[in-house]
Design a protein around this ligand. Structure first.
Ligand SMILES: Cc1cc2nc3c(=O)[nH]c(=O)nc-3n(C[C@H](O)[C@H](O)[C@H](O)COP(=O)(O)OP(=O)(O)OC[C@H]3O[C@@H](n4cnc5c(N)ncnc54)[C@H](O)[C@@H]3O)c2cc1C
Length: 328
């Protein structure tokens, strides 16, 4: 009950434009967000990726912040930033060219007919930047609300047909994901499995945390099963749930998946100790590394995922440092 109330409050804060403008100017909030967001620009994201790789052997998936964009100039900015990070990554020997994209970032709400062309440009930039390099390079399609799942899957399939290095996210809260996963396994795709940051009605979605977890485990079972192994499928288990991670490690071992033939993905700043431990055990671990000027909605959603983060928020607000305009 308290958890739901806390999450609802944080989601309302994330959606408030006035709150965003106010908070993004506040140095104390900026300091708090630094836990979850690499910085304002691609260089800051690269620096974080280097730090993670050097200190813990952890890889990065880069994400330029800004979702559900409804202004053409912001769509252009998003596309430019994705292309820029791909260009910068071309000069990096050790860092994967692994870039996450939300379809609504690149125009699904403004001009859907152009989304394919923009995704294609980003996919090609990733391919060029990663040519001849070792590592796992890809354009990872994030999954947004249930109304865009068909579109996102079709976009993924189109990119793969063109032999571009596309990967896709599926959400365990959706009932349809089992069917979608079956098809993607058969095609030897790369799939990142998450629980889902959205809610749905019971005809399309599992609605309780317990049901979602059960379905997550079922889908992990498919991702690390014999058929997936035979088809060349690449499983990406994206959760902070250390029990599920431990079960996946055990299942992979039992089913003959060597370490590095699947991976774990988590969010920057969330349960960093768990990520580090997995990496120390020899597992391949990647962190989602967001960067960009518009950090408030993303950071407040992360804070909202765990009521214990309320302490962090209160400490920041009560800290003695004076608020002054940030240089995001
Ligand atoms: C790499 C990655 C990509 C994602 N992409 C998408 C996407 O494309 N579409 C989408 O709908 N969702 C996406 N998500 C979000 C995802 O759907 C979940 O909302 C989120 O990961 C929380 O679920 P969980 O599996 O970590 O488990 P939970 O059961 O929520 O958490 C497991 C444990 O981690 C702790 N924890 C979780 N979050 C936090 C936090 N912020 N701070 C402190 N502790 C925390 C919990 O307290 C609990 O102990 C993504 C998540 C990851 C990791």
């Amino acid at each position: 009950m308290m958890k739901r109330l806390w999450q609802k409050t944080m989601i309302a804060l994330a959606r408030s434009h006035r709150m965003k403008t106010f908070m993004q100017r506040d140095e104390r909030m900026k300091a708090l967000a630094q836990r979850f967001v690499a910085g304002a620009d691609a260089q800051a994201a690269l620096a974080t990726a280097h730090r993670l790789l050097a200190a813990q052997g952890i890889r990065a998936s880069f994400f330029y912040l800004g979702e559900y964009v409804d202004r053409p100039e912001l769509v252009s900015e998003n596309v430019e930033q994705k292309l820029l990070i791909a260009r910068l990554l071309a000069d990096e020997e050790e860092i994967d060219v692994h870039i996450s994209v939300d379809p609504t970032q690149i125009g699904l709400q403004t001009d859907p007919a152009e989304v394919g062309t923009r995704a294609l440009a980003i996919g090609r930039a990733i391919m060029t930047a990663s040519a001849g390099k070792a590592g796992l390079h890809c354009l990872m399609l994030d999954m947004e609300d249930s109304s865009v799942v068909d579109f996102t899957l079709a976009l993924h399939d189109d990119l793969r047909r063109l032999e571009l290095p596309a990967a896709i996210t599926l959400q365990a809260y959706l009932r349809r994901s089992e069917r979608d996963l079956e098809r993607l396994i058969t095609g030897g795709a790369r799939v990142r499995l998450v629980k889902g940051a959205f809610v749905g009605t019971s005809d399309i979605a599992f609605t309780s945390e317990a049901q979602i977890k059960t379905n997550y485990r079922r889908l992990v079972g498919m991702m690390l099963g014999a058929q997936a192994k035979a088809s060349g499928f690449y499983p990406i288990i994206a959760t902070h749930d250390d029990r599920i991670q431990a079960e996946a490690v055990e299942l992979a071992r039992r089913n003959g998946w060597p370490q590095g033939s699947y991976e774990f993905e988590m969010l920057l700043g969330v349960r960093s100790d768990v990520a580090e431990r997995l990496s120390q055990q020899g597992e391949r671990v990647r962190l989602y590394v967001p960067f960009g000027r518009d950090w408030w909605p993303y950071a407040v959603r992360r804070i909202g995922e765990n009521p214990a983060n309320g302490i962090l928020l209160a400490r920041s607000l009560l800290s003695g440092r004076k608020g002054r305009p940030a240089t995001p």
